[in-house]
Ligand binder design. Structure first.
Ligand code: NAD
Ligand code: ZN
Length: 400
């Protein structure tokens, strides 16, 4: 591990402050316009230049593009518009370099500079691809993220990474870049299909398991309401997850992942692999649900997580309407190749996070593959209706 705590005459350590702005709002393009306008700072006495990029599936919703134009018109001379563009929605935008090139060209053609703003409204994939272009043009243009999926509001939108997929590998090409601001707008979630709405809560379960036993209890309690899209239950879960995520980044001591451990990637070694081998038929959040389920049962087999807690995790994921299983997870030879890919991405020793208890993560450097295969088998059984062991669950074998 690199030791940054000490300085020597030939080696000087330094720190530099970053700010991370995170706002929660409703209807940022109309009633709550100020939430966005207020973070766009004038430069050299001139109004800020602002270029918008919208997720293609968000833009398809009637009135979505017009709402951005209305927003800009309503800003009067407080901003200088530099175009409103639409990017392909979903993982496609990360798989084809042509999409990144288009964003770079639009930034170039509009003469944006380091004091200009790229505002991107979209799911995690569009945030990643447009964010990558913004981070590399002029070595960094200010990026304002408006995440439009539950996953990106709860998790990736708050983060400091961006990436596109290259050489058949997910997120192989990207940068660390702190967003200028992140604005989580409830209104933008309205047009999300049910499948994508529930998908994001696997990340909320993940972060609660790592950092917040009380948050995990709330998710267990509220899972059926979240699945029904009751916003009174869904929004606090999104907010708690986003805030825990931000606290990890801003106070966890390793925002740019220089250390071996990446605790927020609980359940992700298999999730990334599952996305790739299913050719992205599985959403990231769905793959994370399966990955979290598998690593949770593995944690109960190998690292002392109480079996009852593992059962509660599977139960909660299922109550949220998330998948626990997929045929691809049973091709263990192909899946286990994901462990090596995960290690290579980070360098150094393989380091995974597992659970000794809820809110009690542990770093491990070895995986007992036989136990992992057994965990996959058990999760598959529960997915097919075997009991998860939770009292009152009602599934076969439940203790009700
Ligand atoms: N940078 C990071 O730290 C980080 C962390 C986790 C995940 N990610 C990445 O995020 C991506 C997954 O993000 P996601 O789960 O948001 O999926 P996504 O971006 O693929 O969006 C899911 C689908 O919903 C559509 N969509 C988005 N907003 C919509 C809206 N409001 N109305 C209607 N449709 C809408 C999208 O076009 C897409 O088809 C993956 O590429 C993953 O690697 C990045
Ligand atoms: Zn994730």
């Amino acid at each position: 591990m690199t030791d940054l705590s000490t300085a020597a005459p030939d080696r000087v350590t330094f720190t530099t402050p970053f700010a991370h702005r995170l706002r929660f709002t409703d209807d940022v393009f109309a009633a709550d316009r100020g939430a966005l306008v207020d973070v766009l700072e004038p430069s050299g006495g001139l109004a800020p230049r602002v270029q918008f990029w919208l997720d293609g599936h968000l833009a398809a919703r009637p009135g979505a593009v017009a709402a951005v134009h209305d927003f800009l018109a309503g800003c009067g001379d407080r901003v200088r518009p530099a175009g409103v563009f639409v990017a392909a929605g979903g993982e496609a935008v990360k798989n084809d370099w042509g999409h990144v090139e288009r964003v770079l060209r639009a930034i170039h053609d509009a003469d944006l500079d380091r004091r200009s703003y790229v505002v991107v409204a979209g799911g995690g994939a569009v945030l990643d691809a447009v964010g990558f272009a913004a981070a590399t043009a002029h070595r960094g243009i200010r990026l304002v993220r408006l995440p439009t999926t539950t996953l990106s509001q709860a998790d990736s939108g708050v983060g400091v990474k961006n990436a596109v997929n290259r050489f058949g590998k997910k997120n192989w090409l990207g940068t660390f870049a702190v967003p200028w601001a992140v604005i989580n707008d409830t209104a933008l979630l309205g047009s999300l299909p049910d499948r994508d709405f529930v998908a994001g809560f696997s990340e909320a379960v993940k972060v609660a398991l790592l950092k917040s036993p009380a948050g995990f209890d709330r998710l267990c309690r509220d899972a059926p309401r979240i699945r029904r899209r009751e916003m009174a239950a869904a929004l606090p879960a999104i907010r708690a997850s986003a805030e825990l995520h931000r606290a990890h980044i801003t106070r966890g001591g390793d925002p740019f992942e220089a250390l071996e451990a990446r605790p927020l990637d609980y359940g992700h070694w298999s999730a990334h692999r599952l996305e790739a081998v299913t050719d992205f038929a599985l959403r990231h959040g769905e793959a994370v649900s399966i990955g979290v389920a598998v690593d949770t049962v593995y944690s109960s087999l190998v690292h002392g997580l109480p079996a009852a807690d593992a059962g509660r995790v599977l139960h909660a994921l299922r109550e949220l309407g998330l998948p626990l299983d997929h045929p691809a997870v049973h091709d263990t030879a192909a899946l286990f190749a994901g462990l090596e890919e995960f290690r290579q991405h980070l360098g150094g020793r393989l380091t995974l996070t597992m659970l000794r208890g809820v809110g009690d993560p542990v770093e491990v450097h070895e995986v007992d593959l036989a136990a992992m295969a057994e965990a996959i088998r058990r999760v598959g059984q529960v997915a097919r209706g075997a009991g998860c062991g939770v009292a009152g669950c009602g599934c076969a074998g439940g203790a009700a």
